[in-house]
Design a protein around this ligand. Structure first.
Ligand SMILES: Nc1nc2c(ncn2[C@@H]2O[C@H](COP(=O)(O)OP(=O)(O)OP(=O)(O)O)[C@@H](O)[C@H]2O)c(=O)[nH]1
Ligand SMILES: [Mg+2]
Length: 304
């Protein structure tokens, strides 16, 4: 396959094309993924947090650090909140444009729900392609509060939760259940008032939290992203967590979890599609006659 050869030869346009194909669920994309999966290994860092918390500004600084170390870096900006904007609006939100000239940096936004397995599936597919292409570090930025933040953990090796001194930020995090799953906490916009208070709040809460796998204690850091303050410490904390995973032998279970997540995403998407086609059965559930289980049974397992 020509695209495969170009991909293997390191053609960046072949990578972009492959991601587009995989994102849309095109058979050619599936075929490529099948052949390329398992090649390469990147450190996958997920950055999540409420809109405008400074995820992109921080990522921009982290790219810089990784480049100084000679790593090849990719960024996936995932936007579950806007299925229709494509890359355009998201582009403005990605404050990393200055890296676009650098061939060691690849930045891509994902907002399509059209894919098999939905946006989540598209994200993992893109990750696999980026790893196979030889990127050593991949940042995944997700916007939004809620399920997407919980999901990111299942694909990232290290999850960074970006908070701000803004009132309610910590409360949101508690609600969404991200507190329990983030590996590193960073209070960005520490130049604004209220930063110290939220740091204390976080520390207190974390002390009460149940023990993590391998005994990891999530650090609470501070940053002022536009000034690159706290970025060295954040980078160091990310790598410390990665070393922890390696030492504890947790990397393999992370990979399995990622694959499980992918399969689940595809099943969910199939379920959604079949449900849309089964209007009659849905009505029978709504007005009586069928239980949801019976309808699901028929939708998923009946032939024709
Ligand atoms: N005062 C201050 N402003 C910051 C800091 N970090 C980022 N900002 C500003 O906050 C705004 C949002 O920053 P982004 O990096 O785009 O935030 P984001 O979390 O990626 O935003 P979305 O992707 O839209 O959710 C920008 O105007 C930044 O310049 C900080 O540490 N202090
Ligand atoms: Mg952003």
């Amino acid at each position: 396959m020509e695209l495969y050869e170009r991909f293997r030869a390191g053609d960046i346009r072949a990578l972009a094309r492959a991601i587009t194909l995989a994102e849309s669920g095109h058979p050619l994309g599936q075929e490529l993924l099948k052949r390329l999966r398992g090649h390469g290994q990147a450190r996958v860092v997920g950055l999540t947090g409420s809109p405008g918390a400074g995820k992109s500004t921080l990522t921009d600084r982290l790219i810089e650090k990784a480049r100084q170390r000679g790593e090849r870096v990719a960024v996936l900006a995932v936007d579950p909140s806007s299925p229709f904007t494509g890359g355009a609006i998201l582009g403005d939100r990605i404050r990393m444009m200055r890296h676009h000239q650098d061939p060691g940096v690849f930045i891509r936004s994902l907002a399509s729900r059209g894919a098999l397995g939905g946006l989540a599936g598209a994200t993992v597919a893109a990750l696999a392609l980026l790893e196979a292409f030889g990127f050593e570090r991949i940042f995944v930025e997700t916007v939004g509060v809620g399920q997407s933040e919980v999901d990111i953990v299942r694909v990232a090796d290290t999850t960074v939760l970006v908070l701000t001194p803004a009132a309610g930020d910590a409360v949101q995090a508690f609600k969404a259940g991200v507190m329990e799953i983030a590996d590193v906490f960073v209070v960005n916009k520490f130049d604004l008032p209220g930063g110290e208070r939220i740091v204390q709040e976080l520390k207190t809460t974390l002390e009460l939290a149940p023990a993590r796998p391998g005994g990891w204690k999530p650090p609470v850091l501070t940053a002022v992203a536009p000034k690159a303050e706290g970025v060295d410490e954040l980078f160091e904390a990310m790598d410390k967590h990665y070393r922890h995973i390696l030492e504890q032998g947790l990397l393999n279970s992370q990979r399995l979890e990622r694959a499980r997540f992918e399969v689940e995403s595809v099943i969910q998407e199939w379920g959604r599609r079949r449900t849309r086609e089964g209007q009659g059965l849905i009505e029978q559930v709504a007005y009586g006659g069928l239980t949801p289980e019976e309808a699901a049974q028929q939708l998923l397992f009946s032939k024709g």
